[in-house]
Structures are given as C-alpha cells and as structure tokens.
Design a protein around this ligand. Structure first.
Ligand code: FES
Length: 219
C-alpha cells in the first residue's frame, strides 16, 4: 500500500510554482512510473501464486470428479496430470464378463499391474467399487488412447466388450486388462483415488493422502 499511496501524495504536495514546466512534467512522469511499479510489485506475487496453483494442478494436484449424472454404461473422461482418466459406470452384464475373460488375458490377476500399491486394487474388478471403474486412459503399448468398445462382437467374433486401441489393435476388457494377441504388454494403470462421497471421486491420492507423487512406469 505504501508505494501505491505515495503517487498522489507526492504529486499533490509539490509546489509547482517553484519549478518550471519541464521539471514538473519530469516529476509527473517519474511519479507515474513509480506508481505503476508499485502496482506491479503488489501484483507480481499474486500472479506468481496463480501460476503456481496452475503448475501444481498440472503436475499432480488431485482432481475431484462428480459422477452423479453418470448413466449406466456411460464413460466419461477426466483430466489428471495432463492425462485422460476414464470413469466408467459398469452395468451388471459388463461385470459378468470379467471372470469369464480370464483364459484370454495376459495377466488376469494384474500381478504386473500399474497401480500405487499391489494391494490397492485386486481381483477381476480392479476398482474400489464394482460399478464405477477408474483407470488411466492410455494404452500400455505406445500410449495411444483406446476407444470404448462396449458392444459384444464389435471388434471380433469373441469380443465381450471393453476397450480397443485404434493404433495397433490392443484389446482390453471392462477392467482394462489386456487380452492375448495384443501388442500391449500390461494391463492399463489404475491411478490413486478414493471416494470422498458416494457421487464424488478424488483422483490423484488415496484416502490416507498417500501416493500423490505416484506415476505409472509407462509415463
Ligand atoms: S499404442 Fe495401443 S496398440 Fe499400440
């Protein structure tokens, strides 16, 4: 405040009768610059703080996603660390396909899964809640974004529904586990997340505030 207040006070208190016009113009110009500098000096920390917030969000701050309007069978894509994150509302028929897929999967139990901790997500459903599936929407082959392909037989004669990569044809089930015959070597990563409430999922950390710096090895 002191620098901003100084500008009008300095001009008003000048005895303009004692100086010539050139001197007066110089003083006004100088005071204007000082005033602008004062404002800029005040604004810079604020701007820097905004930039820092954006940078933190981009580099890994958790994001909250409201799923209250997510219809059964619907997929939405959120953003976390500049990466797409799938949130899929799985229907019962989708869940029913998962145990049956095992014989066709490269790693049905996700022993090499990309996730914050080997105990974080387990089993056929790879989710904290069976009905809502959360995953990093990136193919583990060369990092294309797979398409959502829920319709059975839409990819091949045995296709049970899941995700299909448009780049080189990798196939994943509704838990993003990779099928045999795909160039992708791994199941799709599961990010750290937890349910803040029934309709609000926080992506980017677990409930105990851990794994904020976690990244899958494919990044
Ligand atoms: S990037 Fe997905 S199959 Fe190659």
């Amino acid at each position: 405040m002191a620098k901003n207040d100084a500008t009008p006070v300095a001009i008003d208190s000048i005895d303009t009768t004692a100086i010539d016009q050139n001197r007066r113009r110089f003083l006004i110009a100088t005071a204007t610059v000082v005033g602008a500098t004062g404002i800029a000096a005040w604004a810079i920390p604020f701007i820097k703080s905004m930039e820092a917030d954006k940078a933190v969000a981009a580099e890994g701050a958790p994001v909250d996603v409201d799923v209250s309007k997510l219809e059964p069978g619907q997929l939405i894509t959120a953003q976390w660390r500049h990466r797409p994150i799938w949130i899929l509302h799985r229907q019962k028929w989708m869940l029913d396909t998962l145990p049956k897929n095992k014989p066709r999967l490269k790693d049905p139990n996700s022993t090499a899964a990309q996730q914050p901790d080997k105990n974080f997500i387990n089993g056929d459903y790879r989710a904290l809640r069976k009905d809502i599936f959360v995953a990093v929407a990136i193919c583990t082959h060369l990092q294309c974004v797979p398409n959502y392909a829920p319709k059975p037989k839409s990819v091949n004669s045995w296709w049970p529904g899941g995700f299909h990569c448009p780049c080189h044809g990798s196939m994943y089930d509704f838990s993003a586990r990779v099928f045999d015959g795909s160039p992708a070597p791994l199941n799709i990563p599961i990010p750290p997340y937890y349910w803040k409430k029934d309709t609000l999922v926080r992506i980017g950390e677990t409930k105990d505030g851990k794994y904020q710096n976690w990244v899958p090895s494919i990044w």
